[in-house]
Design a protein around this ligand. Structure first.
Ligand SMILES: C[S@@+](CC[C@H](N)C(=O)[O-])C[C@H]1O[C@@H](n2cnc3c(N)ncnc32)[C@H](O)[C@@H]1O
Length: 326
């Protein structure tokens, strides 16, 4: 009897163990499915493909822009710029670096139907060709556009004012270039604003083409800025050449890191009138630490350029541009 009873007991124990195992396995399976779904969600979230978003809007000007030769961007970069504007529907937009106006045209076309949206563009150059493609080829897009030319952002930004939703930066590419330009706009952007940089992987192309260390500024500052990063779709990760950042909240925490990025050997030394504007701007909008970093860097680089005049690329860049036919 006892033995039989024990037999039954052990059967019960075995079946209970089996059912526990089954429950455990089901639980593991559910966890696996959930983690897979979560990863899939995360991946899709960070890789939201703006270049596939509302491309129809960009297609309205695609052929004309292509034929005009006005744009420096590749096709999927133009779609990326269009898509990100369409996704966030920004009202106040700032662009640094206009040249003929190729990127301005894409932005202006993307905000055509966004009520009260406006693009402010700034170019350091005062030449007649700055923005000429908007005026000559796409004049019907110019009613939401204000162009400032002949100076740096520090000169115009107070006129433009705070609460900027989105900034597109595509300026000199040589240090201090975009590092400085970003610091000039940061106090004027909204929390969680979108900052787009072009030519963030140009340093790779330049190394391949020329075997030279060139055009690192956008790469350095883009990677340093804290926030969620977005890139166009397509193969590879280091040849995207355009990227966007949705700024993390409370950027004040990171400002000293951004200022320290100014601290290396500059590839060109800005004109004295620009240096004075920048120093005044820092006195007004940044703390002592950033002001000290800026001033020490200016002194170091001023001396360095004096001792190594060939290192000042600024004149070279300008000369190269002036020789172009437009
Ligand atoms: C690469 S082009 C811009 C191309 C334009 N974004 C496009 O996609 O068609 C660079 C322009 O930036 C301007 N630039 C250079 N440094 C600048 C600065 N610190 N602030 C404003 N513009 C700057 C140059 O004069 C030049 O016209």
């Amino acid at each position: 009897m006892n033995i039989k009873k024990n037999d039954n007991d052990s059967k019960i124990i075995i079946s209970k163990t089996n059912s526990n195992k089954l429950k455990f396995n089901i639980l593991i399976l559910i966890l696996l499915i959930l983690s897979f779904k979560f990863n899939y969600f995360l991946e899709n979230k960070s890789n939201f493909f703006f270049d596939k978003y509302e491309t129809g809007i960009y297609n309205n000007i695609k052929q004309k822009l292509f034929k005009s030769n006005c744009s420096y961007m590749w096709g999927n970069q133009r779609e990326f710029l269009n898509g990100i504007i369409r996704k966030y529907l920004p009202k106040k937009i700032l662009e640094l670096g206009v040249s003929h106006g190729g990127s301005s045209i894409i932005i202006l076309n993307a905000i055509k139907d966004i009520k009260n949206s406006h693009l402010y563009s700034i170019d350091i150059d005062s030449s007649h060709f700055v923005g000429n493609c908007v005026r000559n080829n796409f004049p019907f897009l110019s009613d939401k556009w204000t162009l400032f030319k002949g100076n740096i952002a520090a000169k115009y930004i107070e006129k433009i004012g705070k609460n900027i939703d989105l900034v597109m930066i595509d300026t000199s590419h040589f240090e201090p270039g975009e590092i400085l330009d970003f610091l000039l706009i940061l106090p004027f952007v909204k929390e969680e604003a979108i900052i787009i940089f072009h030519d963030i992987d140009q340093q790779i192309t330049k190394t391949k083409e020329k075997g030279m260390r060139e055009e690192w500024a956008p790469y350095i500052i883009f990677n340093l800025i804290r926030g969620e990063k977005f890139f166009p779709s397509g193969d590879g990760m280091l040849n995207k050449n355009i990227g966007a950042i949705k700024l993390e909240k409370n950027q004040k925490r990171f400002v000293h890191d951004y200022c320290r990025a100014l601290g290396g050997q500059w590839q060109y030394f800005p004109k004295d009138k620009h240096i004075q504007l920048i120093q005044k701007y820092f006195e007004k909008y940044y703390d002592n630490t950033c002001q000290m970093i800026l001033n020490e860097t200016i002194n170091f680089n001023r001396q360095f350029i004096k001792n190594n005049p060939k290192e000042n690329f600024y004149e070279k860049i300008n000369r190269k541009r002036d020789n172009k036919k437009y």
